[in-house]
Design a protein around this ligand. Sequence first.
Ligand SMILES: Nc1ncnc2c1ncn2[C@@H]1O[C@H](COP(=O)(O)OP(=O)(O)OP(=O)(O)O)[C@@H](O)[C@H]1O
Length: 316
Amino acid sequence: MHDGLVLDRVTKDFAHTRALTELSLSVGSGELFGFVGGNGAGKTTAMRIVLGVLAADSGEVTWHGYPLHLATRRRIGYMPEERGLYPTMGVREQLVYLAELHGVRRRQASANADYWLERVDLTAQGRAELSTLSLGNQQRVQLAAALVHDPVLLVLDEPFSGLDPVAIDVMCEVLREQAARGVPVVFSSHQLDLVERLCDRVGIINDGTLVAQGTVEQLRTGSTRRFLVEVAEAQTDWLAEVPGARQVGATDDAQIVELAEGLDDQELLRTAMGAGTVRSFAPYRPRLAELFRDVVDAPAASSNGSQAVEAERSTV
Ligand SMILES: Nc1ncnc2c1ncn2[C@@H]1O[C@H](COP(=O)(O)OP(=O)(O)OP(=O)(O)O)[C@@H](O)[C@H]1O
């Protein structure tokens, strides 16, 4: 049995599109899981299936080892991409209403609404109609709405979009806090620097298929075919002496070298040492943004999602 949320080989077709193909991922208790993928990759569809807004064509969603039923779904804190609050209703009034809708008693609902309004720094706007708030502040209300009923699971669709830097910090703090309380937190984002900073684990989805899943560390160290090589006073074009090696990038001081499959990295090192003074030689650890581009640009990697998932690392 797996604790927390599990999606097991979830597939979803729309009329002319396969949105998800055997998507499997898990988010354990207290884990912050970042869900990244290009536009139309299938993130929102997967989240809607977790929420029960959409039904999967096949596959299963479980919670602590059992099918996710309505009572648990009511206890999910959800921030939908299309932000579904009531524009003409007062801010505080709707937070209380939403908490009650999720089964919280009136007195507690009021206390929770006040608490979350303060946390997102909107106490002064509590009586205002939602639509009179700026978009970023409406987004802060969305966060409060996702949390006002003390959720057991948080599912947030692009929670950071449109937030100012202060609100981003508040969001990060709140997500970390919720995870520390044991709540599994899954959120999608295109801000990969934030995902990298914040998440325990990351899943990369491309065209409805999960192409990599693992800790940021696992993903970054996964591509051992690339090396950072710094050779001082090197003869020009020393790399040409190593068959199957090519430069794919550079930093200020070093070359990023990719070795073809099956070639010996020590051969690369020996040639580098013969060419000049080797100041550094290490596996190259790409940033998440770079990994993402590589994974999304590689058609072969995306065509076999299950293999990539089992490997728990990027295939690039
Ligand atoms: N209700 C729908 N009817 C038909 N096709 C849909 C529907 N909802 C989503 N799709 C299609 O399913 C695919 C996945 O869309 P989805 O919204 O899940 O992607 P996403 O990863 O959330 O993208 P974005 O980052 O742009 O929000 C897309 O090809 C989309 O056009």
